[in-house]
Ligand binder design. Structure first.
Ligand code: AP5
Length: 216
């Protein structure tokens, strides 16, 4: 099964994708995580992407497409995947279809995680990420057992550079300017399902898994 997760920053795409990957035995492909890995390793791609990310802007398509093609070349993708953070524009949706068509694949379902602005801001301002394994926590919603320490691997938790108020606002504005065309594209293709993402993470996951299993 091949799944796309859409939704504003903070809707819970990463949280849900990690849980879904375990439940459905699918690869989790997050373009945000891949870009952050490149930034942390100071690769050529990371150095080019960093400024866009810190300003809350989209990284140019040429860089993201190259990175994605590379990820699609890895073995685990053959058994199915969850795309988190891609596509973000109509152009990226069309590029994705072309990349998959060359591999005789297509997207089966697109989940649009619908979330209110108040919830988004609360989630992003309290988000904590493990530097080592990428696990997600929240200061109040999902606090780690020990402050500043990842429950899963003992790694150090940090706040993302783009989770500052001004950058959150810019990311939201970019999202809103692109999303209507993207939703229309997938609605027309008949593969769009909207899920209310303001609920508890376990409740959201249950709705997604139910729908995914009904398609399988
Ligand atoms: P990316 O990393 O994809 O960020 P994003 O889309 O802004 O989404 P987030 O990761 O902020 O939020 P999320 O929906 O995953 O929420 P999460 O699960 O963490 O992209 C970052 C940047 O990279 C972009 O701005 C851009 O520059 C660049 N980029 C990436 N992809 C690109 C592309 N395709 N093209 C061009 N540029 C690209 O949850 C948030 C918090 O809430 C966590 O603390 C979590 O614990 C908590 N939480 C989650 N769900 C719940 C719940 N149900 N109840 C309570 N708390 C919850």
């Amino acid at each position: 099964m091949r799944i796309v997760l859409l939704g504003p920053p903070g809707a819970g795409k990463g949280t849900q994708a990690k849980a879904m990957a375990g439940e459905l035995k699918l690869a989790h492909i997050s373009t945000g995580d891949l870009l952050r890995q490149n930034v942390a390793q100071a690769t050529k791609l990371g150095l080019e992407a960093k400024d866009y990310m810190n300003k809350g802007l989209l990284v140019p398509d040429s860089l993201v497409t190259m990175m994605l093609e590379d990820r699609f070349g890895q073995a685990d993708v053959k058994n199915g995947f969850i795309l988190d953070g891609y596509p973000r524009t109509l152009n990226q949706a069309k590029t994705l279809d072309a990349i998959l068509a060359r591999r005789a694949m297509k997207i089966d379902v697109v989940f649009d995680l619908d979330s209110s602005e108040a919830v988004i801001v609360q989630r992003l301002s309290g988000r904590l990420v493990c530097r080592k394994c990428g696990a997600l926590f929240h200061r109040t919603n999902m606090p780690p057992k020990r402050e500043g320490v990842c429950d899963q691997c003992g790694g150090q938790l940090y706040q993302r550079d783009d989770d500052k108020e001004a950058t959150i606002k810019k990311r939201l504005a970019v999202y809103r300017s692109e999303v209507a065309a993207l939703l229309e594209y997938y609605r027309t293709a008949g593969i769009l399902t909207t899920i209310s993402a303001d609920d508890d993470a376990a409740v959201v996951l249950k709705k997604i898994i139910q729908k995914a299993r009904s398609i399988k």
